[in-house]
Ligand binder design. Structure first.
Ligand code: DGY
Length: 320
């Protein structure tokens, strides 16, 4: 019977998916590393979160490990080459979170273009009742240009929404041709996208070539009236360069769901800037989406320990 470690709390019916595939040991969320390693001895599959390190030490404890399944789509916290070299499948949760992240991106777009935070703060402070002067008028999204960096599943879902707002959507990615079912949007080279866009929104995964894909040079190409939105991973944007651009009003503002360091220092300056709206990495933070992610992760573990191809895998070559 395969041994499965469940290091993420899941609902009973999701636990059953694991229990049908092997003998499950539940490790409390946030358990000390030593406790986790002791439980993981001899494991074939592990359901974990990206905070748990998968390294030589873990593989020494679990030499027959076949799969680690993370409850996230992003897998930048894992060393894919290392896992592949050891024949361990790395499974993630693509697809089920596209809507949640695209919805949050839409919220940023509306909050920024309509100046909603300023109006909200005005009202909350009682300024309306005191008949104080209202914040300046904002802008319609209709007719503006929305640039998507990274035209994958989430980027395309964002494009679909921006089309519905009557925006002109353009995109950049390393590939030239969008899939046949992609929403209407034109490809641009990166620099042209930065020059043309009223909103630049980052949707690439984090890898060596996307680290600081938006830096000092790229920010300098943006219009002074443009906004940057990042719901991908903090390090895709050079945060200090962005902070300078925002402080000097070289761009109009930013919507940030992610930061280079998470959680940030309590006095992280970028989150306090008046032209920044930021959230604590909540792109997938809905009951429905997080449930779907946990379910997919359980299905991934069960499939691999059962000798089948899982619904989602980062390194399929390990399964032949
Ligand atoms: C993901 O799934 O990668 C989200 O960013 C949550 O971590």
């Amino acid at each position: 019977m395969p041994k499965i470690i469940q290091a993420v709390p899941v609902e009973d019916e999701l636990h059953e998916i694991l229990a049908a595939a092997g003998e499950v040991t539940v490790v409390p969320f946030g358990a000390e590393r030593a406790e986790f390693l002791a439980a993981a001895a001899g494991a074939h599959g592990i359901l974990l979160n990206p905070l748990i390190r998968v390294d030589e030490e873990l593989l020494a404890a679990a030499p027959e490990l076949k799969v680690v399944a993370t409850t996230s789509v992003g897998y930048d916290a894992f060393d894919v080459d290392f896992l592949t070299a050891h024949g361990v499948a790395l499974c993630n949760t693509p697809g089920v979170l596209n809507d949640a992240v695209a919805d949050l991106t839409t919220a940023f777009m509306l909050m920024l273009s309509r100046g909603l935070m300023g109006f909200e703060a005005y009202n909350r402070s009682g300024a309306w009742g005191r008949r104080e002067r209202q914040p300046a008028l904002a802008h319609d999204p209709q007719g503006k240009t929305f640039g998507v960096i990274g035209f994958g599943r989430i980027g395309r879902e964002v494009a679909r929404r921006m089309n519905a707002f009557g925006m002109n959507v353009i995109w950049y990615d390393v590939f030239e041709d969008a899939p046949a079912d992609a929403p209407p949007a034109e490809r641009r080279e990166m620099d042209d996208l930065l020059r043309e866009s009223d909103f630049v929104s980052v949707h690439t995964d984090l890898n060596n070539s996307s680290r600081h894909v938006v830096g000092e040079r790229e920010l300098a190409l943006m219009k002074p009236s443009a906004y940057l939105i990042n719901t991908s991973r903090g390090p895709t944007v050079d945060q200090r360069a962005l902070q300078r651009a925002l402080e000097e009003n070289r761009i109009a503002g930013a919507g940030l769901d992610v930061l280079e360091q998470e959680p940030p220092q309590a006095d992280e300056p970028i989150v306090a800037l008046p032209n920044v709206i930021s959230f604590p990495h909540i792109g997938t933070a809905t009951e429905e989406t997080r449930y779907a992610m946990r379910k997919l992760a359980c299905q991934n573990v069960a499939a691999v320990v059962g000798g089948e191809m899982p619904p989602a895998i980062v390194n399929p070559s390990v399964l032949g």
